[in-house]
Design a protein around this ligand. Sequence first.
Ligand code: CA
Length: 528
Amino acid sequence: MTRKNTTRFGRETMRKSTLSAAFLATTMLAQPGFADEHLRIVEEPLELTVHFHWPRNQGYEEDYPVEQAAREMTGIHLKDATAGRNTPDHNEAMNLLLAQGDLPDIVGGNRIKDPVNQYGPEGAFLPLGDLIAEHAPNIQAVLDAKPELRDAMASWDGNIYYVPYLPDGEFGRAWFVRQDWLDALGLERPDNVEELYQVLVAFRDQDPNGNGQKDEVPIFLRHWEELIRFVTLWDGRSTGSDTYHDFYVDNGEVKHPYATEGYREGIKNIAKWYEEGLIDPEVFTRGTSAREYLLSENLGGITHDWFASTAGYNESLQEKVPGFDFAPMLPPESISGKRIEEHRRTPLKPDGWAISYANENPVETIKYFDFWFTEEGRRLSNFGVEGEHYELVDGEPVFTDAVLTADQPVNSQMWEIGAGIPRGYYMDYAYELQWTSDAAREGIELYEQNDLLIDQFLGVSLNEEEQAVYDRYWPSIQTYMLERQQAWILGTGDIEADWDEYMSQLDKRGLSDVLEVMNSAYERQYDS
Ligand code: CA
């Protein structure tokens, strides 16, 4: 990697002076933007280049209204320098960026945690701990309030190399049941795994949609991985984080859920339910249209999916399916009487931004990162521009009617203006609550009243040696696990008969070596 050359800096200096005149004119025109002088970081406008690759836009738009407002408030202008704008694959984009050598000032976007924690210790990115302590009081305050985040963000050398996107709110997915079907059959809401089974059988056999045909699909899922989540009903686990098939932590030890007894029992029973026609026969192939199709055709009975978007069907399907009532329900108790909701919003995303070794203005940059954690910056990153996308009502931001009543969902409107994008920022759950239906809000309250959440595995940063072990064994172990899992559920294998051979295959393929490096990394990272 090479340092920036002076030619480039000469050119930038010229551009800066041209910009400052235009900038001053805008600032003076824009009351009350002018009043936000306390957020100004630099006297003269400063341009910083940014790599910003993310799923919905492989780059950073300089004309985002949110970027324009941030410029006015801070004096710092981000200039897009994203590598791999023509590939949707963030890994490929990151590889292109690293291969080009001359890194932009800021590297940000989707899933940057692993690469910055891998290349930070090699010198590609600046360690941020001291910079934050000295110049970023708002980020520091969040880290002080949530010390577990610092552990989870850190690289194997103990330094932190990125400022993350921090989600807000706790619950994400929930169990939903057709309350109108239960009512039609005179059934109670199922509260444990046995009652759930009885309800599913009734949905299959007793024509709750009333069309005279045995066409109901008792369990359906938009993401087939959610079917594996059902192992929690038999005290198994499907993942430890908001990534499917992930490791989990059990009493301080990193384990893999697909090598445990609860999983074996769970898959055995899911296979039985599948064979009995209680689960969508097309669960592995139907894809993300499953929810829309099976609800609007009045065919689907029970699912596990996001609160807000799933409850939203109660409004949109009222005309097409009269009496439609898809109600959030508590997770049924497991065979041992445990009631858990395995899915939750992660408190820490692997998204955000980092400062590259080539950045000549690290102090200004960390102050800029801190801006997004101030009251004004946090509002800007969640709600867009005051007066345009939201108004302050009694000191609280409230979306304008135009935003709330548009055909497009609020989150995708925000992405288009540069709000809610994976920069380092702190989500404000109030942003989502404003467009969450009453049915979903009631469901969230129901979940909050019960102690359903379990601890999350927030990942480990592997050193070079550990990474080599992981890379050598893990991909083929996971492929094998998923292959067997699907075969057992579809009935082309018998988990009871195959289990010993399965466990010995995992051993032969290096699972114990992988668990060993995961645990050594985990102890280093979280035992401080
Ligand atoms: Ca029917």
